[in-house]
Ligand binder design. Structure first.
Ligand code: UDP
Length: 229
């Protein structure tokens, strides 16, 4: 009997359990074979009526084929746990909600989670362990790296490159690039909630606002405006 784990019983994991059950039901897998796994769970218990197991127990299980999807928004944790799962012979699994729409020419790496109402349009390349939360979209000709995370409602327009470990906050809009000169969001960059990104974002930089600016500049401007009010 195969066992399917949603690894992470935090906010995102509890949301994605519904998607996991729905996906597996369509494949004829019983809901009893779907469990939460979490390092903070210390004993077998029910979470939202679903069996949950301490991570150490799941990692030690040898008698069944184990699959895990990493439903944790923090990309560094996902990278660490993906390695841990592979070392323990656990297959990395992906989730795609019934309402998610994937169009033509889309390549997507292992471990992805596409939440309800996500839309990936045409000719898109996405690396491993991508999270796209509800109502996010990725338009044509985008290239997305490994361990990239979209909060709900991200609007990623065409010809955008997003490098590994970038985090895009809820409702952010990324302006389209042009063929041969994509807009680039650098490795590990953070785009704040609701930001409107009209320029490239350097690796590791946090931008906020409309038009989006590096956090330090925005913070400085707000303190200047506060002192002149
Ligand atoms: N977690 C885990 N192993 C780790 C780090 C985190 O099992 O090494 C779990 C943590 O116990 C928590 C979940 O991941 O239950 C993260 O949940 P949270 O609500 O903080 O974030 P989100 O669900 O938004 O990713």
């Amino acid at each position: 009997m195969d066992l399917y784990a949603v690894y992470g019983a935090g906010g995102f994991g509890r949301e994605m359990m519904y998607v996991a059950r729905q996906q597996l039901r369509a494949q004829g897998v019983s809901p009893d074979q779907v469990i939460f796994v979490d390092d903070a769970v210390k004993e077998n218990q029910l979470i939202n009526g679903q069996r949950s197991m301490p991570a150490t127990d799941f990692l030690a299980l040898q008698s069944v084929q184990r699959h895990a999807v990493l439903a944790i928004a923090n990309s560094e944790i996902r990278e660490r746990l993906a390695l841990r799962c592979v070392e323990h012979g656990i297959k990395l699994w992906s989730l795609c909600a019934e309402t998610a729409l994937i169009m033509d020419g889309v390549e997507i790496g292992e471990g992805a989670i596409l939440a309800p109402f996500v839309n990936l349009t045409a000719n898109i390349r996405i690396g491993k362990q991508f999270h796209a939360n509800s109502y996010s979209y990725v338009m044509h000709d985008c290239v997305i790296g490994d361990f990239v995370t979209f909060a709900p409602g991200v609007k990623c327009n065409g010809n955008v490159v997003i490098e590994d470990h970038a985090y895009i906050g809820a409702g952010a809009v990324i302006k389209q690039g042009v063929p041969g000169k994509p807009r680039v969001i650098g490795r590990g960059a953070v785009i704040g909630m609701g930001a409107v990104v009209t320029r490239d974002v350097a690796p590791g930089v946090t931008v906020v606002g409309n038009p989006a600016r590096p956090m330090s500049v925005a913070a400085k401007m707000s303190s200047v405006s506060a002192s002149t009010d």
